[in-house]
Design a protein around this ligand. Sequence first.
Ligand SMILES: C[S@@+](CC[C@H](N)C(=O)[O-])C[C@H]1O[C@@H](n2cnc3c(N)ncnc32)[C@H](O)[C@@H]1O
Length: 284
Amino acid sequence: MAPWTDLPRPAGGDDAELAGRLGLQSKIDMNVPSVARVYDAILGGKDNFAVDRAVADQLLTVVPGARASAQAHRAFLGRAVRFVVRSGIRQIVDLGAGLPTVQNTHSVAHDEEPDTRVVYVDNDPVVIAHARALLANDARVGVLDADFRDPGLLDHPDLRALVDTDQPYAMIMAGIVHHFADDRVAETLVEQYKTRLPAGSYLVLTHFVTGTEEARKMEEIFMGGDLKSGKFRPIEQIKGYFSGLELVPPGVVFDPLWRPDEPAPGEMDDVFKVGVVGVARVPG
Ligand SMILES: C[S@@+](CC[C@H](N)C(=O)[O-])C[C@H]1O[C@@H](n2cnc3c(N)ncnc32)[C@H](O)[C@@H]1O
């Protein structure tokens, strides 16, 4: 089947049309922004409502480089997926998968190794509807409508049908942990998920990081506005999420600096310093 990104999309801008097409009129409050749709709008996607575009527009006005920054994050995700598959991983669980955009996990993985099984997990109705519609015919890819706050989702039969969690697999937490503002909740969840990774597995985790004026402005818009989600944390705290694992060099770094395909520019704009990323292997 055609990769997600190649499928025809209607032009954005008609909220009722989008909700109707996905059969979600009764499930969505179109007056409340969602993390998945705001992120889609920041990336320039079409699967978002006016209320989401308002948040994205506000952000792009205050931090014009935010789209390039989000694109750099997606590019990292592609490199990380390629890395784990080239390291021998053939099963991936993508937690907080988001809307189809560029460098989708399964497309990157299948370019490397067509047999790789991928399960996307999210709890946003628009994400789930898109994923189910577009991936219905691909037996190698599953979609699970589940809440990240329940690590028991790893035992769901739909996930287990594709991923044997007793064997090494890659677990992706890209752009999701910072949506849990309570430090203890975020840390506990990451720790609980880590206990479910057998030796030889990989954790891919990305997170908003404090330290720049751009980060401060972004957090103000995400946490202070209608979205009320997106907590920036100090890098030391984010490094702690990888404790007990073997960090793959270069460690926890800004998105563009993780094993770039092209040499990274010497001087990097601060807008690329709003998030850090890391990939780590479970020892043994
Ligand atoms: C910023 S997007 C990241 C998308 C993609 N992983 C990436 O990095 O490009 C965060 C995703 O996490 C999902 N999410 C947020 N809270 C969640 C929860 N409690 N359970 C499942 N998914 C959640 C959102 O719906 C959204 O799709």
